[in-house]
Design a protein around this ligand. Structure first.
Ligand code: ZN
Length: 265
């Protein structure tokens, strides 16, 4: 049984020096591919380098909504350069209105540009949405259906919205937050999502899952993905094998174009 970590950050300074070992452990745990998302211009090059060094690392390039203040005058050119130079997806991008003082207009402008690129270049997109669902739905309706599937990472929205996202070409990604024994909303969402529409992620090095034997460092890594799948499948009473197979096949569908592009190199 194989796994794909559909959203993680392997460039993160807390883990970057351990990547060869993290990659090894992922392999042993049957995590075949890891989709590593950049978060700002500063880590585009490192993310590209990781994807060159490791065949198992699939890169995404984007500006995370938390870091829209960091953009330079040439961010659009730089983003396009990396997207056109490497077989890659778009992200992490999105909207996060949790911090009431954030610049919402700038977040919307930056996110809309990412969505436009996803549609124009036909690339998968890795989307972060927190406390901004109405705005997100409004933008989705305005931009039209995605040609290539995208995903909403570590889904925190209501179960009721899922059919609408699915019909807009989106997949729903579940992280270690689904392993929290107190998580009710996210389990409800997992029950609602179609079998051919959910994927799994770690969001490494964050969202450390609730594991029977947690590591003291609490730094998450892709090798934890099968444990997340195990707990998630039991919470919706689906067999672990069946659950994992769906998640794997769905991720292959979402990231198909990056895998094909990597093969050609
Ligand atoms: Zn993330």
């Amino acid at each position: 049984m194989n796994f794909i970590d559909s959203h993680c950050h392997l460039h993160d300074s807390r883990i970057i020096s351990d990547i060869p070992w993290i990659e090894d452990r992922a392999k042993i745990a049957n995590v075949q591919y890891m989709v590593s998302c950049a978060t700002m211009e500063d880590n585009f090059e490192l993310t590209a380098q990781l994807s060159k060094d490791f065949p198992s690392i699939l890169p995404c390039f984007g500006i995370h909504p938390w870091f829209v203040d960091s953009i330079s005058d040439k961010w659009k050119e730089l983003l396009e350069y990396y997207l056109l130079t490497y077989p890659s997806g778009i992200g992490e991008t999105g909207l996060d209105f949790t911090d009431k003082t954030c610049d919402r207009d700038l977040q919307i402008k930056v996110f809309e540009h990412h969505l436009m690129l996803a549609i124009q270049l036909e690339r998968p997109i890795n989307i972060h949405i927190r406390n901004a669902w109405d705005t997100f739905i409004h933008i989705l309706k305005k931009m039209g259906k995605l040609k290539v599937p995208g995903l909403i990472h570590s889904y925190s929205g209501s179960a009721d919205m899922i059919p609408m996202f699915e019909s807009n070409g989106l997949y729903i990604s579940f992280s270690g937050s689904v392993t929290n024994p107190k998580a009710k909303k996210v389990v409800k969402a997992l029950k609602r999502v179609s079998k051919d529409r959910f994927v799994l992620e770690t969001d490494t090095p964050d969202i450390y899952p609730y594991l029977p034997e947690p590591k003291a460092s609490h730094l998450n890594e892709p090798e934890n993905l099968p444990a997340i799948a195990q707990i998630a499948s039991s919470r919706i009473s689906m067999a672990f094998e069946e659950f994992s197979k769906h998640a794997y096949n769905n991720s292959l569908t979402v990231f198909h174009s990056i895998l094909e592009g990597k093969k050609d190199r």
